[in-house]
Each structure stands twice: as structure tokens, then as C-alpha cells.
Design a protein around this ligand. Structure first.
Ligand code: PHE
Length: 350
């Protein structure tokens, strides 16, 4: 191998060992740079004769072209390698399973509340809310519940700090206090009309929410859900309650043949009072009477506590158990399932 071929071979070797474009530039300088070996050879020709210059020059030029070609080839290879590397780094395996976000859903009791608000909403009812920590007055006294009533006992009610020693605050035992809270607001809002002896717009409201009692077994939880309903006007009767509640239940359960029974009962804040039972005509619960709500004509003493004249204003109220409604709608037989927070149970309602 002559000296020039050896030079080209060593350049090729050098270039192929360059692992990065920077290393390749350094290698290039060693051959083609100002003090590079090819450049040195060119300079060395100065002493040669014209003839010699011609042949030697041509040979060196060939060698130079070969080195340049080797350089270009290596450049290309390095660029290619870099591109491949980049593509590998950004590789996307389209066959990998997706990372789906866990899909949440509403709690079954929340679904019932939404359903209820939609149905009563379509019947012209407003939706009200009241505090879960209630005063003795709103929870009991305003609702005509006497001091010696069993509901007031420590065994039945969670008393909390606040209020007076004789009338401590408590976790509301039912949603009925919202009846009075909402009515007082309504009366205040229409004070001017009432004072002028003009008719007041009717009170038509539901109040769903959490309620608390000292009670715990398969069908009772210390925290449970109720929805209160109140309709007060100048000419609202039990007949309206029966119609309204029947329509509501049939819509809620999507059963036209659902039968309702109003069973005489007692509540201090209604007179007369009735428990409302429902009966399915088909399905696993067919033929059984199921208690779903308490109801009655609002007691005159309560109407007075609402700031209204019981001689003029009359109406009815009802209070239903939302957990019960939810259990019946979905066929759940243990109330505690609603409050265990087990996703295997809850995800069935998504
Ligand atoms: N508050 C009663 C209860 O919790 C239900 C009820 C509400 C009864 C309104 C009559 C009128 O049992």
C-alpha cells in the first residue's frame, strides 16, 4: 500500500472512530485542517519540479477527494444514527393499554336527591336547605313538640355544644325545621303584601338533606337522609297532598300501578297526620306495604310560628326517608352498604 492509500485508510479509520459530530470535526482537522496531513502534503510539493508537481498533485488530490468522501459518509452516518436514537427515544407503543382515568359517579342517595329535585321541581317546588346543627327551637319547639316528648331524650338525639343549658343545640333529627326556616323567610319576603292584606304567593318547597338520630342497625343509621316537603296557601288540602305524593311516587319508581295508603298517625307538628305506605304490584316486593314518609296538615301552632295566620293559611307537609327510597328503587337490602364506602358496591350505580 503506498503512502497516500495508507493516509486515506487511516483517515477512514479515524472518522469511523469518531462517535459524535464534534469528534468527527476534530478528526477532519487532523487531515484537512490548516496543519492537517493532506495540507502538509500539498505544502511539501513546493520543492518539486513542474512534471513531478503534476503527477504528485493529481495523486494527492485523489487522496484528498477520498478523505472528503469518507468524511461526508461518516457525517451522514452519524446524523442518521442521531435521528434513529431520537426516534427510539420518542417511540410510542400504540399497542400499550390506555391509562384510563377512573370514572367516578354519584352516590346512589345523591342520585335519589337529584331525581327528587327534578320531579318536584317540575311540579313547581323550590329547593331549600337548612343547617345540620340546629337549635332546639327550630328542631322541636317551633314544631309544636312539647318539652317532655320522647324525641327530645338523650337516647334519641345528638346534643352538641352551643345554645342554652335548657335548650342545647343538636344535630337535627329531621328536615322539618327547614319548614319553619323557609316559611319565615318567605313571609319576610312578602311582608308588604301580607300587611296590605293581599294574597301571599304560595309556599311550595322541598328540603333534602342529612339528619341524625341515635340509632343503628340494618335499617337505621345514626346519619341518614330525609326530604321535607311543604305546601302552604289559602286553599291547599289533604287531597292535594294525596295527589302530589302519589304522582311523585309513581314518577320516581316509574310504576303507574303503584298503590299508596295514608295511614292515620301522630306527629306533634301536623293535625291530622298520616304515615304514607306504598305497595308495588309486581317485582320482589309486590303486595307488601312499605312505609316511606310521614305527613299531615300543618298544625295551626306551627303555622303561627311561621308568622302566618292559621285562620287564613293552610297546607301540608311531608317528610320522607331518602335512604329508604333509594333502597326500594335499587333493591338494596342493607342500609349500611350506603355508608361503608365500598367501591365494589358504589360503582354499580355509575
Ligand atoms: N319529621 C317527621 C319524621 O322525621 C316526618 C314528617 C314530616 C311528618 C312532615 C309530618 C310532616 O318522622
Amino acid at each position: 500500500m503506498n503512502e497516500l492509500d495508507a493516509l486515506v485508510a487511516s483517515a477512514r479509520d479515524d472518522f469511523s472512530q469518531a462517535a459524535t459530530p464534534a469528534e468527527l470535526e476534530n478528526a477532519k482537522a487532523r487531515f484537512l485542517g490548516k496543519a492537517g496531513r493532506i495540507t502538509e502534503l500539498m505544502k511539501g510539493m513546493a520543492a518539486l519540479s513542474v512534471e513531478e508537481k503534476k503527477s504528485r498533485g493529481a495523486a494527492i488530490n485523489l487522496a484528498k477527494q477520498a478523505v472528503e468522501a469518507a468524511l461526508a459518509e461518516r457525517r451522514q452516518a452519524l446524523a442518521e444514527a442521531e435521528l434513529q436514537q431520537q426516534l427510539r427515544a420518542e417511540a410510542l407503543d400504540v399497542t400499550l393499554p390506555g391509562r384510563a382515568r377512573g370514572q367516578g359517579g354519584l352516590h346512589p342517595v345523591s342520585l335519589t336527591m337529584e331525581r327528587l329535585e327534578a320531579i318536584f321541581g317540575s311540579m313547581g317546588f323550590e329547593i331549600a336547605q337548612g343547617p345540620e346543627i340546629e337549635t332546639d327551637w327550630f328542631n322541636f319547639t317551633a314544631l309544636n313538640t312539647p318539652e317532655d316528648h320522647p324525641a327530645r331524650s338523650m337516647h334519641d338525639t345528638f346534643y352538641v355544644e352551643g345554645g342554652s343549658a335548657k335548650a342545647p343545640n343538636l344535630l337535627r333529627t329531621h328536615t322539618s325545621p327547614v319548614q319553619v326556616r323557609h316559611a319565615l323567610q318567605h313571609v319576610q319576603q312578602h311582608r308588604a303584601r301580607l300587611d296590605a292584606g293581599e294574597p301571599m304567593p304560595e309556599i311550595r318547597v322541598i328540603a333534602p338533606g342529612r339528619t341524625y338520630r341515635v340509632d343503628s342497625d340494618a335499617t337505621h343509621s345514626p346519619m341518614f337522609h330525609q326530604c321535607e316537603g311543604l305546601w302552604i296557601g289559602e286553599n291547599v288540602s289533604f287531597k292535594d297532598l294525596k295527589f302530589l305524593f302519589t304522582e311523585f311516587c309513581r314518577t320516581f319508581f316509574e310504576r303507574e300501578d303503584l298503590v299508596l295508603r295514608f295511614r292515620p298517625s301522630f306527629f306533634p307538628f301536623t293535625e291530622p297526620s298520616a304515615e304514607i305506605d306504598i305497595q308495588f304490584q309486581s317485582g320482589p316486593l309486590a303486595g307488601r306495604w312499605l312505609e316511606v314518609a310521614g305527613s299531615g296538615q300543618v298544625h295551626p301552632a306551627v303555622v303561627r310560628n311561621m308568622g302566618l295566620d292559621p285562620e287564613k293559611h293552610i297546607g301540608f307537609a311531608f317528610g320522607m326517608g331518602l335512604d329508604r327510597f333509594t333502597m326500594l328503587r335499587y333493591g338494596v337490602n342493607d342500609l349500611r352498604l350506603f355508608f361503608d364506602g365500598d367501591v365494589r358496591f358504589l360503582s354499580q350505580f355509575r
